[in-house]
Design a protein around this ligand. Structure first.
Ligand code: UP5
Ligand code: MG
Length: 204
């Protein structure tokens, strides 16, 4: 696909910060295609003929990051498939497209590789709240999510990976001016109001 015509917004933040929730609202109002790296990995894990099923399952349960080749390939394939059969409406004519990539990149090597080899991201939204709030949200969601990593033991490991490996990616984007901090402690609508303000100002 033509990189010049594609807009990519990364939505980053810790486990349970509210990335997926805010992405759903942005899809509704701005006609983005939402690609959650975690969801793509879970789908690949469930595909019976996948070579990576066991690797992905083990990484997710341990809160570890799946090797970048696997994840980048899944995202690229999803982008290509979307462009081949684009959503109706604004922003998708003549090979153009706008993607929200949720939960990726979460390691520096992924960030550098994606921006260089796939598409240079335009904007990074950092969905930011305290560990205490994230823990409470995951605990509540664990009652119904069925996710293999929504338990106390996996969550501890997810927080360690977030602090040590993924947060530096956010700092990197803060330094190069792409990242905007969104306080995700308040109610969903209040968080979203901040995002709308940012998109109004920053989106091409
Ligand atoms: N909620 C949301 N916002 C709220 C608000 N403002 N007020 C009150 N409640 C709010 O939200 C979590 C819960 O909180 C929900 O119940 C929601 O209703 C409520 P959600 O929007 O789901 O949060 P999100 O940030 O999306 O949390 P998620 O758990 O999905 O984040 P993770 O980053 O941990 O999970 P992800 O699916 O991205 O990754 C899972 C694993 O995949 C990783 O740990 C890793 O092992 C692997 N992975 C890779 O290896 N590589 C990648 O590139 C990506 C993932
Ligand atoms: Mg999510």
């Amino acid at each position: 696909f033509d990189k010049e015509k594609i807009t990519v917004v990364f939505v980053l933040g810790g486990p349970g910060a509210g990335k997926g929730t805010q992405c759903d609202l942005m899809v509704r109002d701005y006609n983005f295609k939402h690609l959650s790296a975690g969801d793509l990995l879970r789908e690949e894990q469930d595909r019976p003929t996948s070579k990576y099923g066991d690797l992905i399952a083990a990484c997710i349960k341990e809160g570890q990051i799946v090797p970048l080749e696997v994840t980048i390939k899944l995202i690229e394939n999803a982008m290509t498939a979307t462009l081949a059969d684009p959503p109706a409406g604004q922003g998708w004519d003549n090979g153009k497209g706008r993607f929200l990539i949720d939960g990726f990149p979460r390691k520096m090597d992924q960030a550098l590789m994606f921006d260089q080899a796939v598409v240079d991201s335009s904007l990074v939204l950092f969905i930011n709240t305290t560990e205490e709030v994230m823990r409470d949200r995951i605990k509540e969601r664990s009652k119904t999510s069925g996710r293999a990593d929504d338990n106390e033991e996996s969550l501890k490991k997810r927080f360690v990976t977030y602090r040590e490996t993924s947060f530096p990616v956010i700092e990197y984007y803060e330094k190069n001016g792409k990242c905007v901090d969104i306080n995700s402690t308040p109610a969903v609508d209040e968080v979203y109001a901040q995002i709308k303000g940012v998109l109004k100002e920053r989106m091409p």
